[in-house]
Design a protein around this ligand. Structure first.
Ligand SMILES: [Zn+2]
Length: 343
């Protein structure tokens, strides 16, 4: 099968012909139709993620068709249209059992990092990492959009729940121009909120407006905290969602929260910050971390797209052999929405 391999840390992809994988007990193999190229994958391409063994095939957001199943697999059969779940979890610990599997205490790694991913014609995964597409989701005509639902839609879908976003609330999205950020704007809007998109690129902010942001802040030109306080008539934000998460963005965001405000970080730079405990108590603020999404949230996100409630924003597609071109554009932050590799 054709595959793009990372052979050394931080070095470009190498195109190779590899043997097609065969499923062992409890595993299945799927033929890839389309696979997303987002920032999570790009960090691995650049050698910025730990615990990687080379050679590696990256990629985890897929539209695919099951081509063979191993012994004991009951939930899948040849020909099933599927997407994938990014985390490899045990399925048995307390966190897996209560449907919070991103917290799995026997975490086994990520698809496209610790096990081979989707920048190839075929992918082999534990059968429970494949999620069947709902019948009314038209993946045949929209394979690129369907591929990215399992991360670009499902991750912000989870945030709308964790932050308990309610209609008419003031919600700011920091890093709104990014591949998941722009879908966060979409999902917060769908939840009925008034959405303020914050980024440092004018072109991306224009796109945020087009897909529904009520206001935008160009953080390269304006002071984020004072603009947010002004835009909310001095009340402050109900929810701030931070995809950038430097000390500076986190402190601006938490200082912009109003009474009952919630702050959500999705990692980003992952820096330390300081906050006032007195203010947290007086306003009953909440500080929340949110990791990816659960399988159930992927299933519900597929359903939302099938119903036409939201639609993923894919603006660029590439051939497998041109994956490096997509990653050049990811490195410079030039991609609006998501890029997808078509097999
Ligand atoms: Zn577990």
């Amino acid at each position: 099968m054709r595959a793009m391999l990372l052979k050394e840390k931080g070095k470009p992809f190498v195109f190779e012909d590899l043997p097609k994988p065969t499923p062992n007990e409890g595993e299945a193999v799927a033929k890839i139709i389309a696979t997303g190229a987002g920032l999570t994958i790009h960090h691995t391409r650049m050698g910025r993620t730990p615990d990687i063994k080379y050679p590696l095939i990256v990629g985890h957001e897929i539209t695919a068709k099951i081509s063979s199943v191993g012994k004991g697999v009951k939930n899948l059969k040849e020909g099933d249209a599927v997407t994938a779940y990014f985390y490899v979890t045990c399925g048995e610990c307390k966190w897996c059992r209560i449907n919070r599997e991103t917290l799995c205490s026997n975490f086994l790694g990520y698809v496209g990092r610790q096990i081979q991913g989707a920048y190839a014609e075929y992918i082999k995964l534990p059968a429970r990492n494949f999620i069947k597409l709902p019948e009314k989701l038209n993946y045949k005509d929209n394979p690129a959009e369907v591929a990215v639902i399992c991360d670009a839609i499902a991750t912000p879908y989870k945030v709308t729940r964790r932050a308990k976003i309610a209609p008419l609330e003031n919600v700011a999205v920091i890093g709104a121009g990014g591949g998941v950020g722009i879908h966060m704007v979409m999902m917060a809007k769908r939840a009925g909120a008034r959405v303020i998109a914050i980024d440092i690129a004018g072109e991306k902010l224009e796109k945020c407006k087009e897909i529904g942001a009520d206001e935008v802040i160009d953080a390269s030109k304006e002071n984020m905290t004072s603009s947010l306080i002004e835009m909310t008539n001095g009340d402050g934000l109900d929810v701030a969602i931070d995809f950038v998460s430097t000390s500076q963005t986190i402190e601006s965001a938490t200082q912009s929260l109003g009474i009952g405000g919630r702050f959500v970080t999705l990692g980003g730079a992952g820096q330390d910050f300081s906050a006032s405990a007195r203010e947290m108590v007086q306003k009953e603020l909440e500080i929340i971390g949110s990791r990816y999404c659960t399988k159930q949230e992927v299933i519900e996100s597929l359903e939302l797209v099938a119903r036409g409630d939201v639609w993923p924003l894919v603006t660029e597609t590439y051939k497998l052999e041109d994956a490096e071109k997509a990653h050049d554009r990811l490195e410079t932050g030039s991609i609006l929405g998501r890029a997808v590799i078509m097999m």
